[in-house]
Ligand binder design. Structure first.
Ligand SMILES: NC(=O)C1=CN([C@@H]2O[C@H](COP(=O)(O)OP(=O)(O)OC[C@H]3O[C@@H](n4cnc5c(N)ncnc54)[C@H](O)[C@@H]3O)[C@@H](O)[C@H]2O)C=CC1
Ligand SMILES: O=C(CO)COP(=O)(O)O
Length: 377
């Protein structure tokens, strides 16, 4: 870590104190998002900014404001108790985390932006940020998801880069937020495009003894791993709900991983096989299929025979937290359908068709040589 720190400080713009002496211009971090993972990300970063001379201590966290059943505003409660009582109850974020409900104010002094909201809100957030951020800001996306536009699919890091004109790395991994919140050991992967020094700076900002981060030069591969595993997690949850057992679930995960790799490489020929062996790849697939929210809601969907919608079950089981897998399955399906690839991706295709009620949950495990659409063939 020491060399990265030296490089970092060597690169800093020198500012002047009031008495005319030189000092290092410290970076200011704003986290855009304050859900389950957003709050944990703020906690991780806040523990590090206190120790790194090149960062201001304060970490600003933009909160999508809501009124709690007590009648209090979530932002006020976070600032009074130092806890996100709705999305991460029982965990102190660090006294240097400041919740801010005003997006413009939250970003106005930031030189470092960490994006971590459910992916469906990012287009609107980016539109609101145009012209509001400093031009030399560095950004990272922790968001697992993609958008599909008329001109084709767009990863969230590209949406951020294109709309705001800034560089954007990604951080993905086997990162169930509640486990990292209580400081259980985890790993994560930073994906970067060209600038290794910027990637090392992100590694430095996020790494703790219990959160080990490594960087790989494959931004699309890392982001697609994080995005696509949520579709496989829906399939794993369906298998759990159908009580099919561990062998079937392992088969679903293997087929899912194969489709993740094939889809990623068709989308971006630069995607590296080695990325699938990083935390963002096979490890995230395993943890999400074992213990994630997508798995949990899909299990309930299958147990109810597909009679209660994902939206209804999400609201009931997640209490305001958001699923990414159902909308990602729809987005992936749109890409596959537009390109005539549906038959090549039976698992991704089947997951979407189950989610929208076109076929029953049991279709995830129907196998037959005579049923070309089934995923277990
Ligand atoms: N929770 C986890 O364990 C992990 C989540 N992620 C990813 O992080 C991203 C963010 O997820 P979480 O922090 O877990 O969020 P979450 O699902 O816990 O919470 C939902 C968030 O969305 C906000 N929200 C609701 N309506 C909104 C609107 N109209 N505009 C903007 N924000 C709105 C809520 O205030 C809340 O902060 C997702 O892409 C997820 O896949 C990645 C790794 C782990
Ligand atoms: O991405 C995650 C773990 O790395 C969390 O997945 P879920 O959204 O399914 O909980």
């Amino acid at each position: 870590m020491a060399p990265a720190q030296e490089q970092l400080e060597g690169e800093q713009i020198v500012a002047q104190n009031e008495d005319g002496t030189n000092c290092i211009e410290r970076s200011r971090v704003t986290v855009i998002g304050s859900g389950n993972w957003g709050s944990v990300a703020a906690k991780l970063i806040a523990s590090n900014t206190l120790m790194l001379d090149s960062f201001h201590d304060e970490v600003r966290m933009w909160v999508y404001e809501e009124v709690l059943p007590s009648g209090e505003k979530l932002t006020n409660v976070i600032n009074q108790t130092n806890e996100n009582v709705k999305y991460l109850p029982g965990i102190k974020l660090g006294k240097n985390v400041v919740a801010d409900p005003d997006l413009d104010n939250a970003v106005k002094n930031a030189t470092v932006l960490v994006f971590v909201t459910p992916h469906q809100f990012m287009e609107g957030i980016c539109q609101r940020l145009v012209g509001k951020i400093k031009p030399d800001v560095e950004a990272i996306s922790l968001i697992k998801g993609m958008e599909v536009k008329m001109e084709g699919p767009c990863m969230i890091s590209s949406l951020i880069s294109d709309q705001l004109g800034i560089n954007c790395c990604v951080l993905m991994g086997a990162n169930i937020a509640n486990e990292i919140a209580v400081e259980k050991f985890s790993e994560a992967t930073v994906g970067f495009r060209e600038n290794k020094e910027v990637a090392e700076r992100w590694v430095q900002l996020f790494s703790t003894p219990y959160f080990q981060v490594t960087a790989v030069q494959d931004v699309e591969g890392v982001e697609l791993c994080g995005t696509l595993k949520n579709v496989v997690a829906i399939a794993a949850g369906l298998v759990d709900g159908l009580e099919m057992g561990n062998n079937t679930k392992a088969a679903i995960m293997r087929i899912g991983l194969r489709e993740m790799r094939a889809f990623s490489k068709l989308m971006f020929s630069s995607v590296r096989d080695s990325t699938f062996f990083e935390s963002c790849g096979v490890a995230d697939l395993i943890t999400t299929c074992m213990g994630g929210r997508n798995r949990k809601v899909a299990e309930a969907f299958a147990k109810n025979g597909g009679k209660r919608s994902f939206d209804e079950l999400e609201a009931e089981l997640l209490q305001g937290q958001k699923l990414q897998g159902v909308s990602t399955a729809k987005e992936v399906y749109a890409v596959l359908s537009n390109r005539g690839w549906l038959e090549m991706f039976p698992l991704f295709t089947t997951v979407h068709e189950i989610c929208v009620g076109r076929i029953p949950p049991t279709a995830i495990v129907e196998y037959s040589e005579h049923k070309p659409k089934c995923c277990l063939t």
